[in-house]
Design a binder for this molecule. Structure first.
Ligand SMILES: [Zn+2]
Length: 159
């Protein structure tokens, strides 16, 4: 059986740039650190440096990339030819879940206590909740493998 191929992309709100906590250039080190920690190659690292309120005028704006807006996901999809409907958004707050749904992905919430305000609108209801990334990955593989069998039953038949 073929293992589904996934492009791994990180999308992150970094409003600390707009607030003046650190320069945008500091995010290069964050990206490098992430790449060194992740067990699989990272196809893309996208960040939103903006904030509706901040101290650095160039970054103070209401943008379309700050999650829960889907801008970063749409950009990643366009630049890497990613099919969003076949994709999964994994995050640890409901803004991530909502961004995923707005972009047309399925969304998984890593329920590690980061989310403290449970304001649930339909877009903010995760498709699945996992206690860590590894269980989220298991769920994705299980779901997509099952879907592949359903759409192509011959895969499951012995020769
Ligand atoms: Zn932005």
């Amino acid at each position: 059986m073929r293992t589904p191929f996934y492009a791994l992309v990180v999308v992150t709100n970094q409003s600390g740039v707009a607030r003046g906590y650190f320069p945008e250039t500091a995010l290069t080190a964050v990206e490098q650190r992430l790449r060194s920690l992740l067990p699989a190659p990272l196809q893309g690292f996208y960040y939103c440096p903006h904030a509706p309120q901040g101290n650095i005028p160039a970054y103070v704006q209401t943008c379309d990339c700050r999650k829960p807006a889907p801008g970063l996901l749409l950009r990643a999809a366009a630049e890497h030819g990613i099919d969003l409907e076949c994709s999964w958004m994994i995050g640890d707050i409901l803004n991530d879940v909502e961004a995923g749904h707005q972009a047309g992905c399925r969304s998984i919430l890593i329920d590690n206590g980061s989310q403290t305000e449970w304001v649930l609108t339909p877009r903010r209801v995760p498709d699945f909740k996992a206690i860590d990334l590894s269980l989220a990955a298991d769920y994705i593989l299980q779901t997509d493998t099952h879907a592949a069998k359903q759409s192509n039953p011959t895969l499951a038949q012995p020769h």
